[in-house]
Every structure is written in structure tokens, then in C-alpha cells.
Design a protein around this ligand. Structure first.
Ligand code: ZN
Length: 290
């Protein structure tokens, strides 16, 4: 297991730019990251679009940044009228990830069609939504492989099943990978986010399964606060909650994962704090509690 306390150059830390999304645009976030010695980031599509893809690519290159991922593609479930929009949108996400040099495109796969692709005819059939997710990933996989951008399915906590992701466990995500990409040639894999998987009694078995298949593309860190006051925007800084972060990291690294520990915290509280303060705390916690 890597010793993060000795990582003076922050070689294994990545900043998911959602963590400070309210404090500045992507260019401001990159320059703050640079000030703090952070050299790896994972930007979000809306943040890239806000400054323009060309500018974002240039800022990443000129700042000497690596990426640990690109957030996000997905939201596959859609009614027939919105299917083409979904397919185009996801192919564009792959192309943007390739332009930015991202090592994977994170997929938040979507829930029921009316929430994944608003305007879709409402349904209650979550099995159908799950079928649409698998079809959508299957339809995207060749394009992604050709672009050299591995797809990383991120299972989300079941409280998001309706609106954000009907893939809620690592087992489900890996089953999709195995069905669509049995020999690994398409490089389908998973993003393991501690926030979404820590509660799962199967998580350690499934991390081992993911590792054996070479399917761990990303590892996301934050913490689970008790009580959690908001379903989306009350995630905790590492060390402020109840997740056994070192145990999960040890399990992931035992599978040979040597990618970044990507800190991704959506938090109204942290968004109200100065960017430099959040980044300084994040670096401290990265070294002391992860
Ligand atoms: Zn995540």
C-alpha cells in the first residue's frame, strides 16, 4: 500500500474539479491546484464547456496537468425520441475526453428515462432502464475504444437509483463489463467511489473481481457524514465521516491499481469555503487519513 504521508509531491492525488466548482471556473481551479502543488485533475464536462474545450485543453497542457478521468458520460435511459440525442451526447463526451488526454470517461449511467433525459415519457420500469443502460454502453464502447478512452462505469449508491444511476453496486457494473466485454478488449471498467460502495457487504469481493479483470479505472475519495442532510450535496471531507478509507484503498491497491486517489466532494458546506482553504484541508487529509 502506498504511503501517502510521504507523498510530498502529491504524485498520487487528483482533484476532481467538482470539489471546488462554486469557487471558480476551470481555469481558476487549475491555477489554484497548481499553487498547491496538485498536478492531476479530473474535470467535469460543464466546467470544460463553460471555458471552451480548446482553452481547457491548453490550460491542462500548459499547466503540466495529468488527468485521472473525465466526468462524465452516461444518462443512457431515454425514450425513443431522445435516443439519438443520448448517443450523440455520449460520443461527444468521449471525443472531449480524448482531446483532454483523460485516461477514462466516467459513466454515471442514469436512472429512469424521465430523469436521465428530461422530457422522456415517464416510466416506472427500472429493469427496462437497466436494459437501456447496457444497450447504451454497448453502443458507445466501440467508439470509445477507437478513441483510446476506456469507459469507467461508476456504480452509485442506491438512493440515486431513480434519477442518476440504476447501476448501484460494483457487482452490477462488473456484470455489465463481463457481458459486453468478456475478453477486456474494449477496456470496459469501473470507477470505484468510496461514497457509493462502502456500505456494500460484497465490496471487497467485487474489488478483487474488478482487479482480476483489469477493470479498475478510477478510485474516488470523500466521506459519508452522519447524518447526511442532502442526498447529493452533503458529502464529507475525508476523515469527517465513517468510511474506512485506508481499508478500501488497501483493497484497491492490492489489485495493482496505481492510479490517482481522486478527491471528489460535492458539498454545499465546502463550496461556501475559500478554494485555498478547501485544497489545503484536502491535501492534509490525503496525507493523514486516507
Ligand atoms: Zn465519483
Amino acid at each position: 500500500m502506498r504511503d501517502l504521508s510521504a507523498d510530498s509531491e502529491l504524485r498520487h492525488l487528483s482533484l476532481n474539479t467538482a470539489t471546488v466548482r462554486k469557487q471558480g471556473d476551470l481555469l481558476e481551479i487549475l491555477s489554484a491546484a497548481g499553487r498547491h502543488g496538485i498536478s492531476c485533475v479530473s474535470p467535469w464536462r460543464d466546467q470544460v464547456q463553460a471555458v471552451g474545450l480548446d482553452k481547457a485543453v491548453r490550460a491542462v497542457r500548459e499547466g503540466g496537468f495529468r488527468l485521472s478521468g473525465y466526468c462524465r458520460g452516461g444518462m443512457f435511459p431515454a425514450d425513443a425520441a431522445r435516443r439519438a440525442e443520448e448517443r450523440d451526447d455520449n460520443r461527444r463526451a468521449v471525443d472531449e475526453a480524448a482531446a483532454l488526454g483523460a485516461p477514462c470517461l466516467v459513466l454515471v449511467v442514469g436512472g429512469l428515462p424521465q430523469f436521465s433525459r428530461p422530457g422522456s415519457v415517464p416510466i416506472r420500469d427500472i429493469d427496462l432502464a437497466r436494459d437501456q443502460v447496457e444497450d447504451g454502453i454497448g453502443a458507445l464502447a466501440e467508439h470509445a475504444a477507437a478513441a483510446g478512452v476506456p469507459l469507467a462505469i461508476e456504480p452509485l449508491h442506491p438512493m440515486y437509483a431513480a434519477d442518476r444511476s440504476c447501476v448501484n453496486t460494483l457487482r452490477q457494473a462488473l456484470d455489465i463489463c463481463d457481458r459486453l466485454d468478456p475478453d477486456g478488449a474494449l477496456r470496459l471498467g469501473v470507477a470505484i467511489d468510496v461514497y457509493h460502495v462502502w456500505w456494500d457487504p460484497e465490496v471487497y469481493d467485487q474489488i478483487a473481481r474488478a482487479g482480476a479483470g483489469g477493470r479498475i479505472h478510477a478510485f474516488h475519495l470523500c466521506d459519508w457524514l452522519v447524518p447526511t442532510k442532502d442526498l447529493l450535496n452533503d458529502r464529507g471531507m475525508m476523515g469527517d465521516g465513517v468510511i474506512d478509507l485506508p481499508r478500501l484503498r488497501r483493497a484497491v491497491e492490492a489489485q495493482g491499481f496505481d492510479g490517482a486517489c481522486e478527491v471528489e466532494i460535492m458539498s454545499d458546506h465546502l463550496w461556501s469555503r475559500p478554494m485555498d482553504e478547501v485544497l489545503a484541508t484536502m491535501i492534509d487529509r490525503y496525507r493523514t487519513v486516507c
